[in-house]
Design a binder for this molecule. Structure first.
Ligand code: FES
Length: 124
């Protein structure tokens, strides 16, 4: 693989953690205890959730009305609040924990290698 292959940021390594993983960011791209919306080469919109130095990933589509979760905020203990109607999701489990969101949100596999953030496929 080369460092210029799709999904691999130049100069940041090209050892994929596994099939379907692609490097989408580095830790410093995400504000401390913040969110960052990225798009995988598959077109999937993913919201990275940074809790200290740990990063989780959920779909960047609220299950209530499809608003971008990355426009919301991390409110407490890994819970992400949607900016539109205030629905909340636990980024660890995907469960909706605050109405009007009721349907759980898709989570994605994340591997961190140094500062590199790799996102894989959805977690069932
Ligand atoms: S769109 Fe997210 S709570 Fe309504």
């Amino acid at each position: 693989m080369s460092g210029t292959e799709q999904g691999v940021l130049p100069g940041l390594g090209d050892e994929r953690p596994g099939p379907g993983f692609e490097q989408v960011a580095v830790l410093g791209d995400i504000g401390a205890n913040g969110l960052l919306g990225v798009r995988k080469s598959t077109g999937e919109r993913v919201c990275l959730v940074r809790i200290g130095t740990v990063v989780r990933a959920i779909a960047d589509n609220c299950t209530h009305r499809d608003f971008a979760m990355s426009e919301g905020e991390l409110v407490d203990g890994g819970v992400v609040e949607c900016a539109w109607h205030g629905g909340q999701f636990d980024s660890a489990t995907g469960k909706a924990v605050q109405a009007p969101a009721v349907k759980e949100i898709v989570r994605y596999a994340v591997v961190q290698r140094g500062d590199a953030i790799w996102v894989g496929g959805p977690i069932a």
